[in-house]
Design a binder for this molecule. Sequence first.
Ligand code: URA
Length: 245
Amino acid sequence: MSGNRLMNLEKILQSQGFGSRKHCQQLIKQGAVLIDGVVASNAKQNLELSGLSFSVFGQEYQYREQVYIALHKPQGYECSHQATHHLSVFDLFDQVLLQRGLQCVGRLDQDTTGLLLLTDDGKLLQALTHPKKHVPKVYHVHCVDPVTEQQLLGLSNGVELRNELGVFAATDVVQLSEYSLKMTIHQGVYHQVKRMLAAVGNKVESLHRAQMGALQLTHLALGQWQYLNDEQVSLLRDPQANLQI
Ligand code: URA
């Protein structure tokens, strides 16, 4: 939300991930920055932020005070900047976004697919990942062994997990096929779904996150991502909302 705010061009570029103030000044000096198709040569020029777009080396950018991104995470990517054994989800984004301080909102295992949010908004990240906030997350689980009635009941009634306090219960536990189910969890401890399935005597073969808060993954293809707009971000935590991406 940036209505009626002015900022000078070099600060704008810096805020959007184009590096140090000095580097941004150099970009402007080089003639790399265009506004409305015209080379911007004055680094101190004040610009209205609302609706601002510009290009750098021919690539178009829109000014965003913060970035909120929904990614359909593929398998084989770790949610870590220093991935050790696999690729990093951050490999899917360009340097300009990374320099803004993009972080994952919670983590998915390298072999889990599905909805992953990323943002440079520390407050939203806290709000969505804080254990007390209980943001619902819907998972589709494919199991190694056939799913039994007793296992479904066990997940709904709750299980204990080693080294974690309390009982972990899923809601909306529904069998989808002989080997698969969907369930909603309200915490986000390490390997939670895999450990819950192990606790009821089954094993996860593959895992997919279909929904987080009000945001439902429907048409983003594997590996694709999109920006969320202000309205989508503000509705993320609204239990009545149903946002499809
Ligand atoms: N639970 C898991 O076990 N793994 C994930 O990636 C997410 C939830």
